[in-house]
Ligand binder design. Sequence first.
Ligand SMILES: [Mg+2]
Length: 377
Amino acid sequence: MKITDVKTFPVFHGSRNYLIVKVETDEGIYGVGEFGLTWREQAGIGAIQHMTSDLIGQDPMNTERIWQTLFRGDFFPGGRINMAAQSAIDIALWDIKGKALGQPVYMLLGGKMRDRAVCYTGIGGKTPEETAKAARERVAEGWKYLRMSVMDRDGVLEPSVAVRDSVAHFAAAREAVGPEIELCLDVHTRLDPPDTIRLGRKLEAYDPFFIEDPLRCENPQTYRLVRQHVSCPLAIGEHYATKWEFRQLIEEELTDYARIDLCIVGGLTEARKVANWCETHYIKIVPHNPLGPVSAAACLHLDIATDNFAVQEGGRVGSAFLEDVFPVQVPYEAGYLLAPDRPGLGVEFNEAAAAKYPFQWGHGPRLRRLDGSFTNW
Ligand SMILES: [Mg+2]
């Protein structure tokens, strides 16, 4: 089997573009992958075009050899743009490999460690009462894990206010759902160490499953300081491309959960290596999935085959989502993604339907402090 073409499809829906990559072969089997850097899709399309000459004519079954060639082939190791592009290609190759062998991808990663992957979904509200109501509604739908976010007030994020608001919302959710539902808080890199420590100490009373990404990602060493003062579990890593960016987090045990993004880290090939490395430190994985059905499927296959899996970010799971573009998606039931039986990823992609949702330029929300300075979204 040989790769004959690599196509890209940016699909705008809701508030973002989903960049889908389709790899075609001379045997009529195709695979799909997804690019993980939202608002950098045109750079991703360019990176994939640069990689295409290394792909045409190659046997798509040789995923490791192709990974190494794309990563090391042009001397300069890939940054996040390249790695997100390479991730999309790698996931598509695993889809092809599964289809060619007539097996779901998880069977090629070790088989069924579990039958289904528990997922979390997001909750929130303008007031603690609204957050509590949302929490009760999601639990009634079957969700066992819920996650809320540190919030701004009308585009302004003052850390002290955000810490107080977050604790109030978290406490209301805990009161609403009781002790048996797991609650998580995503800080989305919006705090610095002192405010993270204040937040962590106050949240301890409400038993968080994890606090996610309290700090910016550039300097993971700062988590040494947070670890000295906060006993709540941490979940970090959704920004990181390649095993090397995870190295310090894992080896120094600076996180309890690794937020591997399969569409940034280097695809299923690299995510598998990071997950196995985490296993040696008893770190569980919580794959990051804010994207579409291809990302969700790739995460699910890793979750099904991996012992040290904790919980899956549900993303769009549980709601009808772009069903004309993705007429077949991985199965979902009451807070769980189920192991699919179909060969490959278990996702079908309709090119003609994708053309109905053309690319749109844009960027993420921009938050500011009270004094007008920029702060992370
Ligand atoms: Mg996050």
